[in-house]
Write a protein that binds this ligand. Sequence first.
Ligand SMILES: C[S@@+](CC[C@H](N)C(=O)[O-])C[C@H]1O[C@@H](n2cnc3c(N)ncnc32)[C@H](O)[C@@H]1O
Length: 202
Amino acid sequence: MGDRDRGDRQKWNRKYRDKGPESFGSEPAEWLVAHRDLLTPEPHGRALDVACGNGRNAAYLARLGFTVDALDVSGVVIAWLRERVDREGLSVHPRCCDLTRGPLPPREYQVVLNFNFLQRDLFAALKDATAPGGLVVFESFTRLQVELPRGPSDPEHTLEAGELRRAFADFEILDYREKTLFPEDVQKTRAMASLVARRPDR
Ligand SMILES: C[S@@+](CC[C@H](N)C(=O)[O-])C[C@H]1O[C@@H](n2cnc3c(N)ncnc32)[C@H](O)[C@@H]1O
């Protein structure tokens, strides 16, 4: 087990125990919902949600008709999500998984989600996991401003300006944004980079 993984697992298990799995939001991400028209599942279409947390985005895709593999390092949140999936009959398969170590599931997905999580050495694997013609929907913290009162600011966990677009330059970028959200509310303000990109057909 790597140092980052051990730290991530403990940190996130503690957060989910202390604050509850829904404390980071239970509604699907606005960026995902805004691109609903692109999210049309083929019959038996599969999706992947990395660092899925409480599964708010995985559940949204399941309701659209996808079967979703949902991965997260926190056993606490995965156990919670398993109960939710059983209770609500969602086509979501939660799995406790350390993304700094194991490979992604060996299949190609119509949609790959990465929200509020940054692991740069996963970019290539996310692309490989996307089926030709499939979509990556990605949103995470970026450093648009020097100082932000909230959100991570260390380089390991925040994107450089333009970095996400450059990372997916070999995909067709359908939408891209770098934006300061909630600029009027000092408690909520944060800067995010958001992307929807399509893997070229073979
Ligand atoms: C800010 S939350 C985002 C959750 C979800 N994507 C969302 O937007 O609601 C970050 C998630 O990354 C997970 N995580 C952190 N390090 C990880 C790792 N090494 N492998 C897998 N998941 C990890 C945490 O457990 C946590 O659920």
